[in-house]
Design a protein around this ligand. Structure first.
Ligand code: TXA
Ligand code: MG
Length: 322
């Protein structure tokens, strides 16, 4: 049996399979099988009231899961699916409470990875899949990350290579009037605003959002080693002091000019936002294996394309300098 057939057999039997997507790897289960969905929550250690995204092959499946679908949803699906965009819509009555977190809505997305597209076509139904990491930890962007994350408990991992986008999907709510940006991600806010010809509301903090979005918790996507971020000069100064005090420090920067021999590790990140996003989680995971005292990260730019990267960095940081 090839991996795809094996994955299909496992999913049909109610087991978990880790699947590649263009954003991050997902921990997938048959979205219409309550025992299978419960296995996701058990393995992740995720609170039961946090909803999971249902992955579908394409917009032809939208009406299987959602009802009262507004024109904006069809427009967005047409423009950006398959791709890194999740739409929050009113659920069909059959959608499991475990999937929706007991809410009246469901998150739907058609991922763009060819292996997973094929899997979804053949599976026919929907795959409930959060990112394939323990609750609160850094999302996985390679098959090895998933194996590292779950060790002996790891499910079958469908290896689709490194994820091309590297940060999670953009989440847009199309419930109650004006579209809202719940989580910035792989599709830029501007792309959506240009398509719809309107501005998106965006709430930065979980407390101000009306719906539960676990990715909105202020502490999320975090490495185990303390991550300290902030403006370049402040971070350089603090990192230098810590290194001089004998701490083993990694400096994550975008500038090539770093003094030799001061830091245990120096990572120079790409200057373009998409390349930066693609490498971000892998970088944090690698640095996490070195047993360092702290990771010091110089904030990247804040202009348009950087919204998702800055959002994840803020939530991954244990401390933010001013
Ligand atoms: O790129 C992605 O979106 C990846 C890949 C695997 O597709 N998935 C992902 O899943 O990031 P997860 O569970 O780590 O984050 C999904 C977010 C959560 O913050 C969840 O609360 C939110 O989507 N969500 C899911 N259904 C929702 C709903 N009905 N209403 C509001 N938020 C929802
Ligand atoms: Mg996640």
């Amino acid at each position: 049996m090839n991996d795809l057939d094996l994955a299909l057999a496992r999913l049909n039997a109610g087991a978990l399979v880790a699947i590649p997507t263009e954003t991050v790897y997902g921990l997938a289960a048959d979205a219409s099988n309550p025992e299978a969905v419960a296995r996701i929550f058990a393995l992740k250690g995720r609170p039961a009231d946090h909803p999971v995204i249902v992955h579908i092959a394409g917009s032809a499946q939208l009406t299987d899961w959602a009802q009262d679908i507004p024109d904006t949803a069809w427009q967005l699906a047409e423009a950006f699916w398959p791709g890194p965009l999740t739409l929050i819509l009113k659920r069909q009555p059959h959608v499991l409470d475990a999937v929706t977190g007991g809410q009246d809505t469901v998150g739907l997305r058609a991922p763009a990875h060819p292996l997973t597209s094929q899997l979804l076509q053949q599976f026919g139904g929907g795959l409930a899949a959060p990112s394939a990491n323990r609750f609160g930890h850094v999302s996985p962007t390679t098959a090895q990350h998933v194996r590292d994350e779950f060790g002996d408990e790891a499910p079958l991992v469908l290896d689709g290579g490194p994820c091309q986008v590297g940060v999670e999907s953009t989440i847009v709510s199309l419930i109650d009037g004006a579209p809202k940006l719940l989580r910035p991600g792989g599709i830029l806010r501007e792309q959506i605003e240009n398509l719809l010809g309107m501005k998106l509301e965006h709430h930065q903090h979980a407390q101000t959002a009306k719906v539960r979005v676990s990715g909105l918790l202020d502490s999320h996507y975090a490495p185990r080693t303390p991550l300290i971020s902030g403006p370049r000069l402040a971070v350089r100064q603090a990192a230098l002091l810590a290194a001089q005090a004998g701490q083993r420090i990694a400096l994550i920067t975008q500038s090539a000019a770093v003094a030799d021999g001061v830091y245990s590790h120096v990572v120079t990140m790409p200057s373009e936002f998409d390349a930066y996003a693609q490498r971000l989680y892998d970088t944090l995971r690698q640095l996490d294996t070195f047993g360092l005292d702290a990771l010091y990260l110089e904030n990247p730019p804040t202009n348009a394309g950087w919204l998702a990267v800055n959002d994840r960095l803020r939530r991954a940081s244990h401390q933010q300098l001013n």
